[in-house]
Design a protein around this ligand. Structure first.
Ligand SMILES: NC(=O)c1ccc[n+]([C@@H]2O[C@H](COP(=O)([O-])OP(=O)(O)OC[C@H]3O[C@@H](n4cnc5c(N)ncnc54)[C@H](OP(=O)(O)O)[C@@H]3O)[C@@H](O)[C@H]2O)c1
Length: 256
């Protein structure tokens, strides 16, 4: 039997329900999901991934974790992803990819088009787009064919083309935009084989982690535990029509 959730209206309808929006903005638990039993967090060594694993564990969910520094999983190498995922026992009702990077091998994000470097851009795509795509590929046999399950990848609002007014960070932005396309495409195919699957890209907000340490400045940011609570509230509230979407930490749809 699929998970039993007391669902609020779909987030795609969320502007019709101000109460729900306020609830999520308050970082509350969101709709109560009674039956999330098994979750897999990829990138659990990271700030947000670690906080998500802790929050799920505190809810009584059985949490499996994989990460590069602890388990040797390198999501930029298909053989590594295949090996790591083959060792898992599903089904998982949540698979969440929390790995990613802004600065890879010391290459800071571009401030200008003149700083584009082919190798650095390829590394961005490998980590922030191809990696989650490989996880999705190898997660397919680990997702239940019937009943609600969620596959989510942490994207970033800066990957939104419609929301981009500042420019810069071209490789990271482009890799996250490509990730969003992978998620949207994946959702269409998943709907055929896994009837209750919801596949989404999520923006976690600005979060105090190693990732943001050098770039925050005076920009307000929340601790990882707050980000995890926000993301789980959004995940709890997702319904099937939301699959293929890109949502922020408040559950608001982000423009592509
Ligand atoms: N923090 C923010 O404000 C923010 C905002 C928007 C979007 N995001 C997105 O949220 C996600 C998590 O960010 P975070 O702030 O939690 O970052 P973080 O603390 O720096 O964690 C990054 C995670 O990515 C993993 N990783 C890096 N390269 C990897 C590879 N080749 N193979 C496997 N794992 C790899 C790291 O693993 P190891 O440490 O084990 O090497 C770590 O678990 C990223 O996708 C990021 O783009 C974050």
């Amino acid at each position: 039997m699929g998970p039993l959730c007391f669902m609020a209206p779909s987030y795609t309808d969320r502007f019709a329900n101000e109460k729900q929006e306020m609830h999520v903005e308050a970082g509350g638990l969101g709709p109560i999901c009674l039956a999330m039993e098994n979750a897999l967090i990829i990138g659990a060594s990271g700030g947000i991934g670690g906080a998500l694993a802790t929050a799920l564990h505190q809810r009584g969910v059985a949490v499996s974790t994989l990460s590069r520094s602890v388990d040797g999983l390198d999501i930029t190498h298909e053989a590594s992803v295949a090996r790591a995922m083959a060792g898992l026992h599903g089904p998982f009702d949540l698979v969440l990819v929390a790995s990613g990077g802004l600065e890879i091998d010391g290459m800071a994000p571009e401030k200008s088009l003149r700083q584009i470097d082919a190798q650095a851009m390829a590394a961005q795509f490998a980590l922030n787009c191809i990696g989650p795509a490989l996880v999705l590929k190898y997660a397919l046999p680990l997702l239940p064919r019937t009943g609600r399950c969620v596959f989510a990848a942490l994207s970033a609002r800066v990957g939104s083309i419609g929301d981009n007014r500042l420019g810069g960070w071209v490789s990271y932005r482009a890799a996250k935009a490509a990730l969003n396309q992978v998620i949207h495409t994946g959702a269409i195919e998943l709907a055929r084989s896994h009837k209750g699957a919801i596949c989404v890209a999520l923006h976690p907000g600005t979060v105090q982690t190693d990732f943001t340490q050098k770039y925050l400045g005076r920009h307000p940011a929340v601790p990882p535990a707050t980000a995890a609570a926000n993301l789980l509230a959004v995940i709890d509230g997702l319904q099937h029509p939301d699959s293929g979407g890109f949502f922020d930490w408040q559950g608001k749809s982000v423009p592509w």
